[in-house]
Write a protein that binds this ligand. Structure first.
Ligand code: NI
Length: 166
């Protein structure tokens, strides 16, 4: 496998990813690679910084959780509106062995592009919304452990589940 998962503590996970401006064959190939890595790693979402590429592209496959879903990629995603509230447990390929409850909006209105550059605005709720918000955080250098209570985070640090500085 050409790409390796980057783990918490790797500086690339803290960078703000650059927007994608060229919708060429290389991008289509990279989108396919991302879906492949996500499947190999048994993930339901993957952001490019997690494989060391600081660009605004994420792969999502919620097909195990949502009927009629399929693997897809979202490029330059931007949350326009959000509403509601949902607390549910999250994990992350970059933080192995850690699962914590995270509170986020339940519904989002998302602007994004596909591999061809076509622009979409679509509403997402439930699991798809949750995965998208988690992955979009990655594009902004945010990890889900940033969104848990300081008490829980300290416990993870004390138990050496995450590094003290990351
Ligand atoms: Ni993650």
């Amino acid at each position: 496998m050409k790409y390796k998962i980057r783990y918490i503590g790797d500086p690339v996970l803290r960078k703000v990813a650059a927007p994608i401006t060229e919708f060429d064959e290389d991008l289509k190939k990279f989108a396919r690679d991302m879906i492949e890595v996500m499947h190999v790693e048994d993930g339901i979402g993957l952001a490019a910084p997690q494989i060391g590429i600081s660009k605004q592209i994420i792969a999502v496959d919620a097909s195990e959780l949502v009927e009629d879903e399929y693997p897809r990629v979202f490029i330059n995603p931007e949350i326009l509106e959000s509403s509601g509230e949902w607390v549910v447990e999250e994990g992350c390929l970059s933080i192995p062995g850690v699962r914590e409850e995270v509170k986020r909006p339940e519904k989002i209105l998302l602007k994004f592009q596909d591999e061809t550059g076509e622009l979409f605005t679509e509403e997402f709720s439930g699991w798809l919304s949750r995965i998208l918000q988690h992955e979009i955080d990655h594009l902004n250098g945010i990890l889900f452990v940033d969104r848990i209570s300081p008490v829980r985070r300290n416990l993870l640090i004390v138990n050496k589940m995450i590094p003290e500085k990351y």
